[in-house]
Design a protein around this ligand. Structure first.
Ligand SMILES: *Cc1c(COP(=O)(O)O)cnc(C)c1O
Length: 359
């Protein structure tokens, strides 16, 4: 991993002061693969358990534990560049475990449900979740660059959220009326699966709301499809009157390969603060060594570990849960090994609370 060597570092002085439509035109051919390379990654992503097994040289499913190719109403979606970071032939690979459907998903113990964090009660306008003071979250799209089996929005009714189809009018109207909202969080789905022009249009609308000062992206795209951090995105965020923050989502150091490190560096070099949130997941990162390696990899990329989330009890994800006692123990061990700012806050999201809850 060589996070500090990237083509943009030396080019900073020549970033042109373009605006609006010009960015879209100027940026298209700016990088190898072009600004649209990421869309090809979306088109060619792996879309079934059997294809995933073939790609990784895993034995064909025996069917002994139910229908091995079932997707439990949540289709498989794994970009090939993400699958390339997994160890071939290892069905316990920590990256594979996040995306491979298992028969355990049909097991829903008491307490696991479709809306574990009270999203529907916080759905104040189509496409807006407003739970916390001064910040509101927009569901911009249901599309994602990877389908994580533990996703707490795997059953979210995206068809009732805002969308580009309604030009985000109801969401934007709500944000305009709520003068106490100073920060808009773009979430989904993944907001960076929107096209460059859709992002441009949405940002333009948010920029027109005077009381909004910051825009925050919650996205896994820089991790799973790093080419999404294209020159359009960098230019558009630099040019915005809003201060832009990026919160990415990585759970394991093996997710951060050279291309991802470079994508993170492009943002940090452009002055965009980047934070990471993770989910504590059994069989993925529930060992102190795994969490420590993740924090160190993030530090090398100048990304600050922000949250370590306790698993939300969404139906289908029970096999990922780690007891909070174990989580606290892991955080204690991390504190003795890492700089203070490299230890994420261990939190749970409890429906109805005014913030995430420290554990
Ligand atoms: C998690 C979350 C936020 C962001 O919380 P921070 O603690 O500011 O990171 C905002 N809105 C909703 C609905 C959330 O679930």
């Amino acid at each position: 991993m060589r996070p500090k060597t990237n083509s943009l570092t030396s080019d900073r002085s020549v970033v042109p002061p373009l605006s609006g439509r010009e960015f879209l035109d100027a940026s298209v051919h700016a990088e190898s693969g072009g600004d649209d390379a990421w869309r090809e990654s979306m088109r060619t992503a792996i879309r079934s358990a059997s294809e995933l097994r073939q790609t990784l040289n895993l034995p064909a499913a025996s069917g002994a534990e139910g229908d091995a190719d079932a997707d439990y109403d949540f289709p498989v979606f794994v970009p090939r560049e993400f699958a390339a970071r997994m160890r071939a032939g290892d069905s316990n690979d920590p990256l594979l475990r996040q995306v491979m459907p298992l028969w355990h998903e049909s097991n829903t113990p008491p307490g696991y449900q479709s809306d574990p964090v009270g999203d529907l009660a916080a759905n104040v306008a189509p496409g807006v979740l407003h739970k916390y003071e001064a910040r509101a979250l927009m569901i911009t799209t249901g599309a994602c660059g990877v389908h994580c089996r533990y996703c707490f929005r795997r059953s979210f009714p995206y068809n009732q959220a805002g969308s580009r189809a309604d030009a985000f009018v109801p969401s934007i109207d709500y944000l305009r009326q709520r003068t106490d909202v100073e920060e808009v969080i773009l979430s989904g789905g993944d907001p960076l699966t929107m096209t460059d022009s859709a992002i441009d249009e949405l940002l333009t609308k948010i920029e027109a709301i005077e009381h909004v000062q910051r825009v925050r992206f919650h996205s896994r795209m820089p991790i799973v499809i790093p080419s999404r951090v294209n020159s359009f995105l960098i230019h558009r965020l630099r040019q915005s009157r809003l201060v832009a923050w990026m919160v990415v989502h990585s759970n394991h150091a093996a997710e951060i390969d050279a291309a991802t490190a470079e994508a993170l560096a492009r943002m940090v070099d452009a002055g965009i603060p980047v934070l990471n949130q993770s989910v504590l997941l059994r069989g993925v990162n529930d060992e102190v060594g795994a969490l420590e390696a993740l924090s160190r990899a993030l530090l090398q990329c100048r990304v600050i570990p922000y949250y370590l989330h306790q698993l939300d009890r969404v139906a289908g994800a029970a096999h990922f849960e780690v007891a909070t006692e174990r989580g606290r123990e892991l955080i204690g061990q991390l504190e003795s090994r890492l700089p203070g700012f490299a230890v994420p806050r261990y939190v749970a999201e409890i429906a109805g609370e005014k913030s995430k809850t420290r554990l």
